[in-house]
Design a protein around this ligand. Sequence first.
Ligand SMILES: *[C@@H]1O[C@H](CO)[C@@H](O)[C@H](O)[C@H]1NC(C)=O
Length: 292
Amino acid sequence: MTTSSLRNSALLFAFYALPFSLLLSVTARPATFLQDFKVFYADYHVKQAEGGRAIQLVLDQSSGSGFGSRYKYLNGQFSMKIKLVPGDSAGTVTAFYLNSDTGNVRDELDFEFLGNRSGQPYTVQTNVYVHGKGDREERINLWFDPSLDYHTYKVLWNHHHCVFYVDEIPIRVFKNNEAKGLPYLKYQPMVIYSTLWEADDWATRGGLEKIDWSKAPFNAYYKDFDIEGCPVPGPKECSSNPRNWWEGAAYQQLSADEARRYRWVRMNHMVYDYCTDKARYPVPPPECRDGI
Ligand SMILES: *[C@@H]1O[C@H](CO)[C@@H](O)[C@H](O)[C@H]1NC(C)=O
């Protein structure tokens, strides 16, 4: 038996034989990077630190780099702390995203951190793909310098909505509107990825600002990886279990406090919203319409 099928049988046993509270401790949060992630892009540019608890990604003219979770997950909450490329990061993109890896029918939830010239604000772009259809970009400028310290970036994905958080502040909500006939991310488990790469054809001021390679290598840092969700392969009924904590009442909609912070971000820090881009969408996409 391979380690992973052993782990799966253990999970199956846990699922059928133990109360759900114990099951949750079986799918518990990770301790080290290598337990839950692997490098998938440019091994020589991914460095471990703090005994495997922290990771450094490197971008230079030879290559970017990236890592992804060993398992796919169907629903849950996924977070990590990231310290972004400092100084002149124009033309670099650091991404933290979930992707089902299913080509033209993929589901995807993206955070993309668009670098900038020194002293200019980092922009966070988010996007949502449902069954291969994306083009739902939103952008906010961060209210702090994300390269000075670690900050927490998190995605909550349950049967009610997907919420993107920056330091516990919701910056984006994508609701499940299946009842109104709109598609939702439901059946496809996703890998959790992070990458650091060059995108100076579009990232900074629409591609006007190019990477200054004399500032390379560019480094981004990661720690406190936290995956809590239903692993796939894993217990088949896991994601439909209403007792998963991320499906609980407190996670089905924003709390009053979260809703207040969400409005604050959108009023003060939002710089682009596809829903209000009339040149691109003379008729707003259905999920943008009132009452949805
Ligand atoms: C970079 O800085 C410029 C100037 O402040 C700003 O207009 C832009 O939104 C910033 N972000 C990106 C990704 O271009």
